[in-house]
Design a protein around this ligand. Sequence first.
Ligand code: NAD
Length: 337
Amino acid sequence: AAEVEGTPAGARERHAELAELADDANWRYYVLDTPTVSDGEYDAWMRELRELEEAHPSLRTPDSPTQKVGAPISSDFTPVQHLRRLESLDNAFNDADLAAWQARAERLLEADPGPYLCELKIDGLAIALVYEKGRLVRGATRGDGRIGDDVTANVRTIANIPHRLTGEDIPDVLEVRGEVFLLVEGFETLNEQLVAAGKPPFANPRNSAAGSLRQKDPRITAQRALRMIAHGVGTWEGTPLPRTQSAVYDRLREFGLPVSELYKVVGDLTEIDAFIEYYRQHRHDPEYEIDGVVVKIDKIALQGQLGSTSRAPRWAIAFKYPPEEVNTKLLDIQVAV
Ligand code: NAD
């Protein structure tokens, strides 16, 4: 059989087939907001792609779905270039994955990476807000991480996003990253309304938030129960950046930005596990859907030392809870419609 750089033809063909499936799913999920396969199936394709690339590194090209974030944006909105690349997150599905992430950080830093900030992984879509001299000038979706959709007019209709920042020592330029989501109530009501109108419901909270935010008419966005919670910063110019992620959140709160109260700074893996287990039991306490816990190394200097891979920071990890039944049920309806 023909071999390129020692890679068997069978592996190359399977890789190409999976890459095409994943690219198509990404387009449907991120651009059309209407996935046609379950997250479980998609994640299985991605796992198989990663395994093939482990075994045959020549397959790991920059255009592989394993190396990319999101999908290229559509032409419905004006494209905007992000000040700094927006990333995805690597996943952990069990304690061993989490321990491996922590051990790698420790090895790379040659020091204890702690403390760690544990927070909820909100099932919404990523947004980047740019404030110049404290004034909101732009809101953009993640897109492929470099280029996103300009959704400024729609972002201005979200109830808890300030148009002007408050407080002292506001940075000259501040790019806040966060999650836009629908309140649980809003998601359920919206799907009931869609079904009543003979339209397919949204498959999951994230797609409903994305579909609601990326409306051509901001008046429709304004009618949806969208909110935002900040979970990071990109650019911070003109005043000193705080030294820890948790101190960044304190400052953002002072600026009048919405920051979650449901986070905890902890010292080691045992305490991280306790946070994950607590929210596994209390998954439905928050007013938004969550699909896991995000663990971040709290010290910004250590974050900088660890840096990022082509798609995700090495200083953070998403611990994913198993998907819930409701998603698949709605997906069945949607596929059937
Ligand atoms: P992700 O959802 O695993 O995680 C990255 C995102 O988490 C970030 O971009 C950020 O916006 C968000 N986030 C939420 N809370 C956060 C917090 N507290 N701190 C930091 N970030 C936070 O990765 P992704 O690249 O956005 O999406 C990949 C996943 O999407 C897949 O694993 C799959 O489940 C799903 N997907 C499904 C299909 C499909 O066809 N069903 C297609 C593509 C993707």
